[in-house]
Design a binder for this molecule. Structure first.
Ligand code: CA
Length: 238
């Protein structure tokens, strides 16, 4: 999520952030154009060094990563991104060797795209990734955050081993945030996911249910499992 300061308050750009790591001008242009047109916030860098800075400064949701970069190997960068971030990584490459593809996946890439590819194909891949649960967090496996455990399959939540009785809405809020724990969700995004796209109403209903959820899972603890990002929305507190 991008957050910009404005008159001392935070305003939000609600779209998904995509970081392009690409040094070929024609691909920078193509990828920037199609992804911007598709509604994503796009930033681009051309080197491994700048990508590492960009990953720290902002927390992109998706990284489109070229393998051949002027100051290093995109595969090493992919591994580093995977260690420090929850971003989806799409590796793009003009190298036809299958070994690159395999290495790319083993190092944690979520998808792989051979050059040349069309803008439409790239957008389709990004959209497909954003619809699926994070790699390594297979659907149905319990998600463990210290003492908080959420089992998406049985829809059970426990804190320090004790079951917590959540409403459908409270569970779905926690399920949505825990599926993508580094991502900050706007109230509208939570409404869309939990209440459904056809729900029309005040988005502060989200605040009410998050407050109820906190009462149950935090149970008087000093630190909440749910982080409020002022002016933006909520995420898991990691
Ligand atoms: Ca390149």
């Amino acid at each position: 999520m991008s957050i910009t300061a404005e008159c001392g308050t935070l305003t939000t750009v609600t779209d998904t952030d995509v970081l392009l790591v690409e040094d070929a001008p024609e691909y920078i242009r193509l990828e920037t154009d199609v992804l911007s047109d598709a509604g994503y916030n796009v930033r681009s860098v051309t080197t491994v060094a700048d990508a590492l800075v960009a990953m720290t400064a902002a927390m992109p949701d998706v990284v489109v990563l070229d393998l051949g970069l002027p100051d290093g190997d995109g595969l090493d960068l992919c591994r580093s991104i995977r260690e420090h971030s929850n971003a989806y990584v799409i590796v793009v490459s003009g190298r036809a060797r299958e070994v690159d593809k395999l290495r790319g996946f083993r190092l944690g890439a979520d998808d792989f795209l051979m050059k040349p590819f069309s803008g439409r194909e790239l957008v389709a891949r990004v959209e497909a990734l954003l619809r699926r649960p994070r790699t390594g967090q297979a659907e149905g496996l319990p998600r463990v955050f210290g003492e908080l455990v959420l089992d998406p399959h049985s829809r059970e939540v426990t804190v320090a081993g004790a079951p917590v009785d959540l409403t459908r809405i409270e569970f779905d809020l926690l399920e949505t945030m825990s599926a993508n724990p580094r991502r900050v969700f706007t109230r509208q995004q939570l409404l869309d996911k939990v209440w459904g796209q056809n729900w029309f109403g005040d988005d502060h209903v989200v605040d009410v249910h998050v407050a109820n959820l906190r009462k149950k899972i935090d149970a008087g603890a000093e630190k909440s499992w749910v982080r409020t990002v002022r002016g933006v929305g909520y995420s898991m507190a990691l």
